[in-house]
Design a protein around this ligand. Sequence first.
Ligand code: TUI
Length: 310
Amino acid sequence: MKNICELLGIKYPLIQGGMANIADARLAAAVANAGGLGLISAGGCDAEWVRGEIRRCRELTDKPFGVNIMLMNPHAAEIARVIIEEEVKVVTTGAGNPAPYIPAWKEAGIIVIPVIASVAMAVRMERSGAHAVVAEGTEAGGHIGELTTMALVPQVVDKVSIPVIAAGGVADKRGVLAAFALGAKGVQVGTVLLASEECPIHDNYKNKVIDARDTDTIVTGRAVGMPVRVLKNPMTRIYNKMAAEGATVEELEKLTLGSLRRAVLEGDLERGSFMAGQVSGLIKNIRPVKKIIEELFSGVNEYKNNLEVL
Ligand code: TUI
């Protein structure tokens, strides 16, 4: 079995998290140039925006990069075609089942890596022809499943023979090593890249990640079947109060409509949704992407060799 670096043509076994409405060509190229797999996130955008970012990314890097598709996006089918037309090398998917698109992607020679949150979905993805899966624990930011990374990753590893990449809870070399100890062949990181110089979000968002403590994330949307981990703020307090008092799905959706964009573009601390993982509490400063990635891997073998278990 090829390792992740050979499969993807990268230096470090690291892929960037999708990060809907955040990860653009600039962030993807910064990750690619630093030796990881950078991704442009299609998020809630349309297919022509994705095409433009793919072309822009090619101008910013000669390294491999991919596109992440959030499958609830109404433009997902069109974006799936644009990825083929633009000869993108890798696609990752989130928030749904990409099986209907996989045959055409594979036909075009694209490497397919679905993000999953359960063993059942991992097994389905392997049967559908995925090259690898990202097993994402509930520590992650954004839309999440139920299981922790610690519980999910080894159970997925035991049930599939394709490489498993761990996500959720990785922000430093201890997290990288833990992921590999669980049987993962790579890591996906998102939150730690929010606090990067190249991440195109409002400074209020970066500062909110840096200021966060261990208990400062909360899950909204459970009541409407769309759990999303975000940093606590007035918006999350109102949301959860309304949900507890039996607000309708429509009322709750109205409250959150556009809230991610309000966080990303306007830095609206009151009414924005600041998606971020539980590792926010580990992140203390804004660094260039290259430094973040180098620090995740520098000295990992030494660290591993010094682990004393018995
Ligand atoms: O997709 C993510 N994380 C995301 S997507 C996103 S955009 C968004 N914005 C506003 C509201 C909601 C979402 C922000 N963060 N992570 C990967 C992930 N995929 N986590 C869980 C899943 C998942 C869930 C269900 C994968 C497959 C699945 O299958 C359902 C089915 O069809 O069986």
